[in-house]
Design a protein around this ligand. Structure first.
Ligand SMILES: *Cc1c(COP(=O)(O)O)cnc(C)c1O
Length: 460
């Protein structure tokens, strides 16, 4: 698709008022905030295999990793007890209190975008860009910090993590601040250098932030010795974070997107979306989202998956950058989540744990693997995939800003482009599908990336 340029002297798209067309923004009241997460693995007709030990030929047990993860995260990841059997997991009251600051989030009909495209489709976007750290990641960061803070006998004082573009680090920094924990972030070097604003945000929220690969860990030192210019990757950052946790019993690892527990927590997105669509008497024909580790997209679609498996024609589409085609071209096999083979091995689509993604601007999508439940859904053909080239994605981000007045994160712009392509297909075949996308975050701290790709410094 060649995105038609909206001339800058052509204000028309933003002017399209919606009064004559009905409701624009579908909002829920605070009392409609879901009070349970949806645990999709309990209802799938197939098993999502449990992780294997990093080096031994057996399943992982809680004791293997209780030094690394908060116990509750491990219980979710290993599908222990109610996490294997119960589709509804109660959200703790103190989490709900914080969720209420920014949830339920609106679902918005993209009328101006529809009009600009001249499409016969209805397009909706779920806004996860309006929360404290600017992306969906705060939804799970908060809970992980809560589990750690609650584990009193372990005296956990610090959460450690790796971050790409910095959204995850910023979310965790704010979550730790909320729960009274310290936060330490290994930020992949390319973003550390090119996205200083998220680094400032994390530090302002009280976190320690290191450029990864770093001199703080053996993994980092080895990589820098062989390749002083190494631009880092989430796999390397995770290895560094794990090593760092190992050195102090009061530290634990937090993971933004690769884990199943992140998916469970993100199901709040899909649960709200379901209520909102019901409120306007719509059911989705196509749901789409971008995938890095897979948490926003999988949480978004999870409550709709049983319908699909039960025979409803709804389509789910996961979008990746063409330079990191994990679901589209990766292998489905056991692989480590990190570079140094310290994590459990997970059955997933992977480009290989030593894959160093090209330095594209969508830092949050630069990951070699995908969360096991999403991988299983793709393997069983419940979810289909697309890959997009960066320039088209950024053009879609520009169209979205000029029509809807919302600056999507580069990651989220993948979902926007997916919706635009689908809307164009619908028009050419004269159908009226309901297309719903997850807008995972805002792009205000990514304007440098937009500028590089769209050449905003030189053109007027
Ligand atoms: C991290 C991030 C992603 C990718 O992570 P998922 O686990 O796939 O959701 C997508 N969008 C934004 C804005 C992010 O920050």
């Amino acid at each position: 698709m060649k995105v038609k340029r909206v001339a800058s002297n052509e204000p028309e798209p933003l002017k399209t008022a919606s009064q004559e067309l009905g409701q624009n923004k579908i909002v829920l009241s605070e009392s409609q905030l879901p009070t349970n997460w949806y645990n999709i693995v309990a209802e799938l007709p197939f098993d999502v295999p449990r992780p294997l030990h990093p080096t031994e030929d057996r399943a992982v047990e809680i004791d293997d990793f209780d030094w690394l993860w908060p116990i509750e995260c491990l219980r979710i990841e290993l599908q222990e007890g109610l996490y294997r059997t119960d589709p509804w997991i109660e959200i703790p009251e103190s989490i709900l209190d914080v969720y209420r600051r920014y949830r339920p989030s609106p679902l918005v009909r993209a009328r101006s975008l529809e009009k600009y495209l001249g499409t016969t489709a209805e397009i909706y976007y779920k806004r996860e860009d309006l929360n404290p750290a600017g992306s969906h990641k705060f939804n799970t960061a908060l809970v992980q910090a809560y589990y750690a803070a609650r584990e009193q006998h372990s005296q956990i004082h610090t959460m450690v993590t790796d971050t790409g573009a910095g959204q995850w680090g910023a979310a965790l920094a704010m979550a730790c601040e909320t729960l009274g924990l310290k936060c330490c972030v290994f930020m992949i070097r390319k973003s550390f250098d090119e996205k200083p604003y998220r680094r400032y945000l994390m530090r302002m929220a009280g976190a320690d932030v290191y450029s990864s690969p770093s001199e703080l860990t053996e993994t980092g030192r080895n990589i820098l010795r062989d390749d002083p210019e190494n631009s880092g990757s989430l796999g390397i950052g995770m290895s560094e974070a794990i090593e760092y946790v190992k050195e102090d019993r009061g530290r634990r690892l937090a993971l933004g997107c690769m884990s199943y527990y992140a998916v469970l927590h993100q199901s709040i997105i899909g649960l709200e979306t379901k209520l909102q669509l019901e409120q306007i008497d719509r059911s989705p024909d196509l749901m789409l989202g971008c995938v890095g580790g897979g948490s926003n997209f999988t949480g978004f679609i999870a409550p709709f998956v049983p319908e699909k498996i039960g025979g409803s024609p709804i389509e789910f589409r996961a979008i990746e950058p063409d330079s990191i085609p994990t679901l589209s071209e990766g292998e489905y096999r056991y692989d480590w989540a990190d570079f140094s083979e310290l994590t459990p091995r997970i059955l997933m689509y992977t480009l290989g744990h030593r894959f160093v993604p090209p330095p594209v601007h969508s830092g949050g999508l630069r990951y070699h693997g995908k969360t096991p439940v999403l991988s299983a859904l793709v393997k069983h053909k419940v979810v289909d995939t697309r890959t997009f080239e960066q320039r088209r994605v950024f053009d879609a981000g520009r169209v979205f800003l000029r029509t809807e007045g919302v600056l999507a994160a580069p990651e989220s712009a993948h979902a926007v482009l997916g919706a635009i392509d689908a809307a164009r297909d619908a028009s050419s075949s004269k159908r009226n599908p309901v297309i719903v996308m997850c807008l995972s975050g805002h792009g205000y701290l990514d304007l440098k990336g937009f500028s590089d790709v769209l050449d905003l410094d030189s053109s007027n």
